[in-house]
Design a protein around this ligand. Structure first.
Ligand SMILES: Nc1ncnc2c1ncn2[C@@H]1O[C@H](COP(=O)(O)OP(=O)(O)OP(=O)(O)O)[C@@H](O)[C@H]1O
Length: 460
């Protein structure tokens, strides 16, 4: 690999990927991607070791001592070698005795494979009991994680089950699947009703852990699930691209004595994503600009983020009426419809998805090369018994990082565009720029050619 002027590693032509265990060359869709150069800090729970020792880094999947069936699954997915986070995390995750982990790395860098591999490699397949649980903040993400479990476990005897709304019929019997993936409310119900027996649990994973532990959001429900699990011998793994200060100490209590992999604050967002903004005259002008961008939005695939469900629906209805093909997705749609919409988008049958924060995190669709923040993400305050609550004027930096991280996956290039339309949104964007330490470049709204040129340049 050679480093280009932007600090990206580009594969050199002769760098053929290693063969699969069956001796065939490794073609895989992800086998020769450019890779970003972020660095992580590793802190070992056991302060005796040197975190930079080669013992704690794996350059190949072979050296991890994985079962052949799992290795076959990994190569079948097209992975030829561990990504940077996998390189550092896997030796710690797989070591015995099992140790908790708080793992942070940028969006799209392969955290899912790291924890899925840990779950699968700790399961005793001769037992018909649930041994690994994974919680995610949305059904879309839970379904995606499950697809990784199924692909990676393709050559094992793994049995899986969902804990997401409307998935299990009321009379389905007890769950004995090895791995259960779901959202916290449904997972808690299944355990409480003793449909899911957790006595044999070995691994408990929170994906998007900062979100799952947030006291203003899913924190209570996640804690309730954890409190039902055995107190000992459960390896707790927390993963996210962001761990804001206010959840760090709770995370350390939730996963005590954990090995930690952390990112520097200025390295939170992926360098392959070029960030732009457009200065719109007013809220209506934002709609006009979005329509003007349509041709660009459909070059690859795009996700448009709005603050409210009704905005997503309104824009999508208006654009559809004007002859454009777009879909909208948010939490008020019924589960079957949500599944159909995201599957259509994942398969490329829809190219433009207008949505809310429901899919801001985790969703991995490699063809997405553009993200538009139609509304900037704002912090949300939960009300109390006397009312209150709602969106604050402060930007939600973590959600911004996750939203733009839906593009630029695993070293690919991507573009994000923020719409600003008044002083307030302008100041919010300035704060995002300051806190993420990333330059956000202006694009003129009245020059479609310039728009097109800048964007094509950024995607080259
Ligand atoms: N070792 C590997 N080799 C090639 N591709 C990989 C490897 N590991 C992961 N990938 C691919 O990289 C993409 C991003 O991975 P993943 O979704 O796990 O990212 P993530 O770090 O969880 O991101 P986010 O923070 O957005 O949730 C996926 O398409 C995955 O298949």
């Amino acid at each position: 690999m050679e480093k280009d002027a932007d600090g990206f590693y580009t594969p050199v032509a002769s760098g053929a990927a290693p063969p699969k265990p069956d001796g065939k060359p490794q073609p895989g869709p992800n086998s020769d991607l450019i890779k970003s150069t972020f660095d992580v800090t590793v802190t070992l729970a056991d302060q005796q070791g040197d975190p930079n020792s080669p013992l704690y880094s794996a350059k190949t999947f072979e050296e991890l001592g994985l079962h052949q069936d799992l290795l076959k699954g990994i190569y079948d997915m097209g992975f030829s070698k561990p990504s940077k986070i996998q390189e550092r995390a896997l030796p710690l995750l797989l070591a015995n005795p099992p140790t908790n982990m708080i793992g942070q790395s940028q969006s799209g860098t392969g955290k899912t494979a790291a924890f899925v591999l840990t779950m699968l490699s700790r399961i005793d397949f001769t037992k018909k009991t649930t041994q690994a649980l994974c919680l995610a903040p949305s059904r879309e993400l839970a379904r995606q994680i499950m697809s990784v479990v199924v692909s990676m476990g393709k050559f094992t005897a793994v049995q899986t089950e969902y804990a997401i709304k409307d998935n299990l019929s009321r009379d389905s019997g007890r769950i004995t699947a090895h791995v259960v993936v779901g959202t916290p409310g449904t997972m808690f119900d299944l355990i409480r009703k003793r449909i899911l027996d957790v006595t044999d649990m070995k691994v408990f994973v929170l994906d998007e852990a900062d979100n799952m532990l947030d006291q203003d959001g899913l924190g209570d429900q996640t804690l309730r699930v954890k409190n039902m699990l055995p107190r000992e011998h459960v390896q707790i793994l927390l993963f996210s691209a962001t761990f804001p200060d206010h959840v760090r100490s709770f995370a350390s209590k939730f996963a005590p004595a954990a090995n930690k992999i952390e990112l520097q604050k200025e390295e939170l967002s992926v360098a392959g994503i070029r960030q732009f903004y457009m200065d719109c005259r007013d809220a209506d002008h934002k709609y006009d600009i979005l329509v003007r961008l349509y041709a660009l939005l459909t070059v690859g695939q795009s996700i448009i983020f709005c603050q409210h469900k009704h905005t997503a629906d309104r824009i999508s209805e208006r654009m559809t009426a004007e002859g454009h093909k777009v879909a909208s997705l948010h939490g008020a749609k019924d589960p079957a419809e949500r599944d159909a919409i995201i599957d259509n988008f994942r398969d490329g049958r829809e190219k433009v998805l207008i949505t809310t924060n429901v899919i801001a995190r985790g969703i991995d669709i490699l063809q997405v090369n553009m993200v538009v923040n139609y509304d900037l993400p704002l912090l949300y305050e939960r009300g109390n018994d006397h009312g209150g609550g709602g969106h604050l004027d402060n930007p939600d930096i973590e959600t911004y990082i996750h939203r733009i991280g839906r593009t630029g996956r695993f070293g690919r290039r991507g573009i994000s565009i923020n719409f600003v339309h008044d002083k307030k949104t302008w100041l919010q964007m300035e704060q995002i720029e300051k806190e993420t330490k990333q330059k956000i470049m202006r694009i003129e709204t009245n020059d479609v050619d310039e728009m097109e040129e800048k964007m094509k340049e950024a995607l080259k």
